[in-house]
Design a protein around this ligand. Structure first.
Ligand SMILES: Nc1ncnc2c1ncn2[C@@H]1O[C@H](COP(=O)(O)OP(=O)(O)O)[C@@H](O)[C@H]1O
Ligand SMILES: O=c1ccn([C@@H]2O[C@H](COP(=O)(O)O)[C@@H](O)[C@H]2O)c(=O)[nH]1
Length: 201
């Protein structure tokens, strides 16, 4: 099994890159794990309390479960990937049964910040887009897809997202084998990653 980690700040285009890679590869050969599925279960908190969580700090992620799941997949076993709701700021209680595939892609803002998980990746990719570009994309996406308003996005950006990005995400570029510049759609870089995956398949 080839495990590829794709990191980068919010709005840099990780999900878009993963979907572009998947589109042209044989179905069933590549599996995807999203770090977002591993936000800690916060059912014990009220919605008002959950909104206040710093979702850009590594402590908000259940890295132990993610690591355990990657080890299971590598051993050839299926896992139950939790389903997360950005609208509720919590796990939904559902799971997606995720089977081991020849290539597993793990994507998320903080996946390179955890040493044990980083060591499980055969290839580490960092997707870069400038912070103003990422903020614009995040505003558009969160308002249309995640039930936010402009004040929520900007308030979270200033209070937690930007400082956490600078502290925990941007420095992880150091560990990347490949950095994809993604201020514009980067078809060349995505094609290179696809070629690497195709070779393995
Ligand atoms: N290279 C790009 N140029 C312009 N918009 C992009 C680009 N990549 C992604 N987007 C858009 O930006 C938003 C965030 O992208 P997404 O892939 O969800 O980022 P991430 O998963 O890194 O948070 C989406 O609405 C997506 O369509
Ligand atoms: O309940 C939540 C959990 C996370 N977030 C924000 O999501 C992004 C990470 O997801 P991307 O798809 O990589 O953008 C992170 O910056 C959190 O602030 C949230 O809004 N609500």
């Amino acid at each position: 099994m080839l495990i590829i980690g794709i990191a980068g700040g919010t709005g840099c285009g990780k999900t878009t890159v993963v979907n572009t890679i998947l589109k042209e590869l044989p179905e069933g050969e590549v599996g995807v794990i999203s770090q977002d599925s591993y936000y800690k279960d916060t059912s014990h908190l009220s919605f008002e309390e959950r909104v206040k969580i710093n979702f850009d700090h590594p402590r908000s992620i259940d890295f132990e479960l993610l690591e355990q799941h990657l080890i299971e997949l590598r051993a050839g076993n299926s896992i139950n990937q939790p389903v997360y709701s950005f609208v509720k700021h919590n796990r939904t209680g559902d799971v997606i049964v995720t089977k081991p595939r020849k290539v597993m892609i793990v994507e998320g803002i903080l996946i390179l910040s955890h040493a044990e998980i980083r060591d499980l990746f055969d290839i580490k990719i960092y997707v870069h887009a400038d912070s103003d570009e990422r903020l614009i994309r995040r505003l558009r996406r969160d308002i249309t897809e995640r039930g936010r308003d402009i004040n929520e996005v900007l308030q979270r950006y200033q209070s937690t997202l930007k400082p956490m990005h600078q502290q925990f995400i941007e420095p992880m570029k150091e560990y990347a084998d490949i950095i994809i510049p993604n201020n514009k759609y980067n078809t060349v870089a995505v094609d290179i990653v696809k070629t690497i995956i195709n070779e393995r398949l």
